[in-house]
Design a protein around this ligand. Structure first.
Ligand code: NAP
Length: 258
């Protein structure tokens, strides 16, 4: 009589590739808004314990209320301030995964009228911030853990004019993650590169947002603009996948193709 197929075979194979988030401690810098809040919610649904981080105590409190779970705490910290970053990891103690979605609007002036203070502020907030997070995270990041940073579509499709700085900084994350993945192995280091995502960052364009989004959606192969919850799936995959490191995952609806 032929052997019966093992009904658990596929499930067991999946277990060797993906590590569950149940009871894992996940820090989301930028978790008080937009993509970070979406990641926090998805990780909570996956059973993780969350620490959300941002500069505004009011935004963190509102996010904690939105998440409405006993497994969420928050830390007020500015990732451009090294003392704040060091205190963050001292307060949190050992943890499993670091995600950073923190960022501010990029400078967008044509190169001939570049405001150098605005450029320095942006580099501080995105790239230097990520370096400082990594520097202090390694003290308490547990074995088997990961770091995931956020770049974006501007590296593939820079706005013209004025996109050179944001393109350079967003692009630099992929190389930062590749080098760090080697240096910190077996800790995994990856990047998520979103296209346009419907988040509070877009509030700046006011009522024009719906027509901007409709025009872009019509051009995108995906034919729609994602929510933070939609792109959170990419971050979850990178936390859970034991075999993905040094990678940049685009989740841009095909924006880089058009
Ligand atoms: N939304 C999009 O269409 C899109 C597309 C591509 C890439 N991205 C990138 O994705 C990232 C997240 O975007 P989002 O749309 O989620 O923005 P968002 O809704 O404005 O959220 C940004 C988050 O980062 C935090 N933050 C900013 N600077 C910080 C700092 N110095 N230290 C600690 N926390 C800080 C903010 O909280 P506080 O202000 O309280 O600090 C907030 O929680 C950004 O880097 C953005 O460039 C976004």
């Amino acid at each position: 009589m032929p052997a019966r197929p093992d009904p658990h075979r596929n499930r067991n194979e999946r277990r060797t590739l993906m590590t569950s988030l149940v009871d894992r401690k996940v820090i989301v810098v930028g978790g008080s808004s937009g993509i970070g809040l979406g990641v926090a919610e998805a990780a909570l649904n996956g059973g993780a314990k969350l620490v959300i981080v941002g500069r505004s105590p009011e935004k963190l409190l509102a996010a904690e209320r939105t998440l409405n779970a006993g497994r969420v705490t928050s830390v007020v910290a500015d990732m451009t301030d090294e003392a704040d970053v060091a205190r963050l990891f001292d307060e949190v103690g050992p943890f499993d995964h670091l995600v950073s979605t923190a960022g501010t609007l990029p400078p967008g002036d044509p190169i001939g009228s570049t405001d150098m203070e605005a450029v320095r502020g942006f580099v501080d907030n995105k790239l230097i911030g990520a370096v400082m997070l990594s520097k202090h995270a390694v003290r308490t990041l547990k074995a088997g853990g990961s770091m995931t940073f956020t770049s974006g579509i501007n590296k593939d499709r820079p706005p013209v004019p004025g996109g050179s700085v944001v393109s350079a900084i967003a692009g630099s994350f992929s190389y930062f993650a590749r080098a760090l993945a080697l240096e910190l192995a077996p800790t995994r280091v990856n990047v998520v590169s979103p296209g346009w995502v419907d988040t509070p960052m877009w509030d700046i364009v006011g009522e024009a947002k719906s027509s901007f989004f409709a025009d872009m959606a019509a051009r995108l192969p995906s034919r729609k603009i994602p929510t933070a919850a939609d792109v959170a799936a990419a971050y979850l995959y990178l936390m859970e996948s034991d075999f993905t490191t040094g990678e940049t995952i685009r989740i841009d609806g095909g924006h880089n193709l058009i």
